[in-house]
Design a protein around this ligand. Structure first.
Ligand SMILES: *[C@@H]1O[C@H](CO)[C@@H](O)[C@H](O)[C@H]1NC(C)=O
Ligand SMILES: *[C@@H]1O[C@H](CO)[C@@H](O)[C@H](O)[C@H]1NC(C)=O
Ligand SMILES: *[C@@H]1O[C@H](CO)[C@@H](O)[C@H](O)[C@H]1NC(C)=O
Length: 459
């Protein structure tokens, strides 16, 4: 008996010393709204999208979330961390159309403590509001009257009327930036604006639609857009990975495939003004000389447009400043219908840069089982947590070289009934908690609960 205990203890010790795959434990699962608006379009929900930076956001002592309730009205929630109750307010805005792209994104400008909300656009005008100063820190009552008038400009800045994918990021210099796409799928530019001294200004486009892509078949495409897996600051550096979406469907082996191809990587050390490839060569200037499909040295994983490669998956940066991304696609065959082939055959891959500039791609040994996307985060020890669709959490330890992939939480088995794709609170990760926003699946347009599940990392 004693021997067995000793052996068990020794195995446990060995596992922790050798770095067993990290675990998670559920700290809370909170219903934010019993009746979130539900409809499926483009395989997604408007309340929970991979590209939604940020649908749930921690800033200092508070956590915020944004979603549309069953009537279509936009709701903002706030709670005091770590375990206060949620308060909600309703902004005077109704979702303009039942399109899953039209998400709400939250940001905070550190200099004046305003909360910014950008929402309800898909290649259309965008809606925007910001709060009174210091609402992010004062804890003043959570009421809609603390937010300004809703505009179709970004405050003082006119960003046009063909906008998608609003994303807020805080720079290492404590400015708030705004990343978005102008133009349309297959013919769009990736843009950057900046909030400083209380006003927004345009930094400019850093990835354009121009250039020529030639598929292995010889088919060419002369227009596209860059879809980004993130815009992540670490130290002074902004890191971007992404994939191109071609306009000409002939570059894919099937007209019902996806024209996404290649994984690209580049970075900026001056808050998104000038850009460098992995080799450190200057490749672009925002505004005047954006990156395009023919820019040299940006492809870090080559893949043609035949594999249902997903756009806007996710990325993070490790403690040594190296980029890590999750991408997913169907490895073997020509994807003839991405909406059916991805759930059946798509696999997730971990793609990361080593200090010598080499990129490594490792297949994560769990299937996507969805059209939708996965989220990658890291803890302070650089262990990886990937949230696969349906809130299935798989992890890999740094000590194993990120090879010991283990499913440590299976949201399918625990009956979460999650629709699929999730979004999460990246700003809360440093405190060791991963808050994952999901919505329960439903049918037709029957509303369903919007939930926030909190995991303690490696706990
Ligand atoms: C609010 O938006 C929803 C979803 O787009 C729509 O069905 C509903 O008719 C809208 N309501 C009003 C009052 O405009
Ligand atoms: C680069 O570093 C990685 C990780 O240490 C290593 O596996 C790989 O062999 C190195 N490649 C070259 C070309 O040195
Ligand atoms: C997750 O749970 C589902 C439902 O119980 C099960 O079918 C599946 O095999 C589980 N996945 C893993 C990797 O254990």
């Amino acid at each position: 008996m004693r021997l067995i205990k000793l052996v068990v203890a020794a195995v446990g010790l060995l596992a922790s010393v050798c770095g067993a795959a990290p675990s998670v434990s559920v700290a809370a699962n909170t219903q934010l709204d019993p009746k979130g608006i539900f409809f499926v379009l483009y395989d997604g929900l408007v309340n929970v999208d991979s590209f939604q930076l940020s649908g749930v956001l921690t800033y200092q002592n508070f956590q915020y979330a944004a979603w549309y309730t069953s009537t279509g009205m936009l709701i903002l929630g706030r709670k005091t961390l770590p375990s206060g109750a949620w308060s909600t307010l309703q902004l005077p805005h109704n979702l303009s159309t039942m399109d899953s792209h039209n998400v709400a994104s939250l940001g905070v400008s550190p200099a004046d403590g305003k909360i910014h909300v950008a929402f309800d656009c898909h290649s259309t005008q965008m809606f925007y509001t910001s709060s009174e100063a210091n609402l992010a820190t004062s804890g003043n009552s959570w009421v809609a009257s603390r937010f300004g008038a809703i505009t179709t400009t970004l405050g003082n800045l006119n960003i046009g009327t063909v906008i998608t994918y609003p994303q807020f990021v805080i720079t290492p210099t404590n400015l708030l930036q705004f990343v978005f796409r102008s133009g349309v799928s297959g013919n769009g530019a990736t843009q950057l604006a900046e909030y400083s001294g209380g006003t927004w200004s345009n930094v400019g486009s850093w990835a354009s639609a121009t250039g020529t892509y030639t598929a292995p078949s010889g088919a060419t495409s002369t227009l596209r857009n860059l879809y980004i897996h993130g815009f992540t600051y670490h130290g002074n550096r902004a890191y971007v990975t992404g994939t191109w979406r071609e306009q000409n469907g002939a570059v894919s082996c099937s007209s019902a495939g996806l024209t996404n191809h290649d994984t690209v990587y580049f970075y900026s050390d001056d808050l998104g003004r000038t850009w460098f490839n992995s080799a450190g060569t200057k490749i672009g200037t925002s505004g005047s000389a954006p990156i395009n499909v023919n820019t040299a040295g940006i492809i870090v994983d080559s893949l043609d447009a035949d594999h249902g490669l997903m756009n806007q998956e996710s990325q993070t940066v490790d403690s040594t400043g190296l980029i890590h991304a999750i991408i997913s696609y169907v490895p073997a065959q020509c994807v003839t219908n991405y909406e059916t082939d991805r759930p059946s055959f798509a696999r997730p891959f971990h793609v990361y840069r080593s200090a010598n500039g080499t990129f490594t791609k490792v297949e994560i040994p769990f299937a996507i089982q969805s059209v939708g996307r996965s989220q990658i985060v890291m803890d302070a020890q650089d262990n990886i947590y990937v949230v696969l669709p349906f809130v299935r959490v798989v992890t890999a330890s740094k000590a194993s070289g990120w090879t010991d992939w283990t499913m440590v939480y299976n949201g399918t088995a625990t009956g979460l009934n999650a629709f699929g794709e999730v979004t999460l609170d990246r700003a809360r990760i440093p405190s060791g908690v991963m808050s994952v926003l999901y919505q329960q699946t439903s049918s037709g347009t029957t509303p369903s609960p919007v939930q926030l599940i909190d995991f303690t990392l490696n706990g």
